[in-house]
Design a protein. Structure first.
Lengths: 161, 295
């Protein structure tokens, strides 16, 4: 099938089989390897992308279903080449990652949370990443990273004293 | 983890979707895909044709109508979770939804998909049975209504005819009075499918005694059940925890409990009794402090 996908602000004309998942399409057709394939059946969260702003699992959607929606992958959250988003920065600073397999998904889940709720409680942060498995960090630094990013992003919008 | 090949159709209208579903044995509706896609990639399901109903605008809504509060079949669970009308009028639903999977699955997973899927441990079927919701479906051009208690007939099995399309679920709203709700479940990890779950809604009279009550349990039997005899035994009472436990235990004695590797039938029976008592206690506490008795 011919489809048009809007990914990270660029429209792509593609031909895919209906059975191609959005995850496989992003990775194999668009070479966006930031959405990771973990379990490929919905339990690990490694494949998370933003779909019209909401964090969703790209392995649980066929690419043909994503037509007409706005998709953001980890490659699309950096403000400019060579820069990092405040969430990405915070993950580096607090050691919010070890092997990095879960990281793009964690960062996108955090972006979705903070867009909705700039001042999340610890409980709300934990809830927002509860669908994302990390086998390395023990989650503590990930939660710290998101809290730090939230604090900085709120500060950025405050007028300078 | 690749699905068997299939055809994909995204009808624009409900009429077209219903006729495509009713007219083709190999066709299957896909709504949020949060259950169907895993089944397909594990090749436990092999539909020849997917009819994507997730973008049919007339199937996604929350509104007040003759049923009480009606929810369109393809309304995402996450949308219902944040809906103010649901929070105010069907608080039990609002209380239960955060237990369904995770934010990312609720963003796609739909109300109708969960009901049609009829997992014994699913939260929405439990709330639908507890509150006596009415489900409406289309089969081709025909429409029909079925009460939730007659909709669920076995594990992953409903009375929806093959090729039928669920369109609406109507939740009755309890009027006036001091109303409270409770929803409790146990699962291995946060937001996993429950081993046992209980839902309760209570209305208190002016004397502080139970005027009306609905109790349901899920994940312990083939499909969620409402505990009508326990409810009858508790009307007019103070809802003391020991009375609630005894009433629930008595009624569950007449039911066989599910058992699997994670939870034995004895465990499920004990857990269902304890959770029902806690759900009723939560509902009672909320009803005692609620201010909805102003009108
Ligand atoms: C990690 C994870 C955790 C989860 N945890 C829970 C949980 O704790 N509790 C829970 O209840 N669920 C849970 N789920 C499943 C839940 O997310 C699904 O949303 C729900 O079971 C199905 O809804 P859907 O819209 O995704 O349906 P789909 O997957 O699209 O469809 C499911 C079935 O229903 C049929 N169907 C869908 N819509 C209609 C309709 N309108 N008319 C007729 N048939 C229809 C389909 O043909 C299919 O057979 C979980 C899922 C995942 C991936
Ligand atoms: S790869 Fe999608 S949830 Fe695991
Ligand atoms: S950093 Fe390795 S899985 Fe999270």
């Amino acid at each position: 099938m011919r489809i048009e996908l809007d990914v990270n602000g660029t429209k792509h004309e593609l031909t895919v089989e209906p059975r191609t998942t959005l995850l496989d399409c992003l990775r194999d057709c668009l070479d966006l390897k930031g959405a990771h394939a973990g379990c490929e059946h919905g339990v690990c969260g490694a494949c998370t992308v933003l779909f019209d702003g909401a964090a969703v699992r790209s392995c649980l959607m066929f690419a043909v279903q994503a037509e007409g929606s706005i998709i953001t992958t980890i490659e699309g959250v950096t403000p400019a080449p060579g820069e990092l988003s405040p969430v990405q920065d915070a993950f580096c600073e607090t050691h919010g990652m070890q092997c990095g397999y879960c990281t793009p998904a964690m960062i996108l889940a955090a972006h979705a949370l903070l867009a909705d709720n700039p001042q999340p409680t610890r409980e709300q942060i934990v809830e927002a990443i509860s669908g994302n498995i990390c086998r390395c960090t023990g989650y503590t630094q990930i939660v710290e990273a998101i809290a730090l990013a939230a604090e900085r992003m709120r500060g950025a919008n405050r007028p300078q004293a | 983890m690749k699905a068997y090949p299939f055809d994909y159709v995204r009808p624009r209208s409900l009429d077209e979707a219903c006729s495509l579903l009713a007219g083709d044995d190999g066709a299957r509706a896909i709504a949020g895909g949060q259950t169907l896609v895993p089944m397909m990639v594990m090749r436990l399901a092999r539909p020849a044709r997917l009819i994507d109903i997730s973008r049919i605008a007339v199937l996604a809504y929350v509104r007040a109508d003759e049923f009480g509060i009606s929810i369109g079949a393809t309304t995402p669970q996450g949308v219902v979770e944040r809906n103010a009308l649901v929070g105010a009028k069907v608080p039990l639903l609002a209380r239960a939804i955060p237990h369904i999977g995770h934010a990312a699955t609720r963003a796609r997973g739909t109300v109708g998909g969960s009901l049609a899927n009829a997992d014994p441990a699913a939260e929405l079927p439990l709330v639908a049975v507890t509150l006596d919701a009415v489900l409406s479906y289309r089969f081709g051009a025909a429409t029909a209504e079925v009460p939730a208690r007659d909709f669920f007939v076995g594990p992953m099995t409903t009375s929806l005819p093959a090729g039928g399309c669920l369109v609406n679920v109507g939740f009755p709203v309890w009027k006036g009075d001091r109303i409270g709700v409770g929803f409790r479940e146990v699962s291995a990890r946060r937001s996993d499918f429950a081993f046992a779950a209980a839902a309760a809604q209570v209305a208190l009279g002016a004397d502080g005694r139970c005027k009306r009550i609905a109790i349901g349990v899920g994940a312990v039997t083939d499909f969620p059940i409402r505990l009508a005899s326990a409810e009858r035994a508790l009307i007019g009472s103070e809802l003391r925890p020991e009375d609630v436990k005894a009433a629930v235990r008595d009624e569950l004695d007449g039911h066989e409990m599910l058992a699997d590797l994670h939870a034995s039938s004895q465990y499920r029976r004990r857990a269902a009794v304890a959770l029902a008592a806690r759900a009723v206690a939560d509902a009672l506490c909320e009803a005692q402090t609620s201010r909805t008795d102003a009108h």
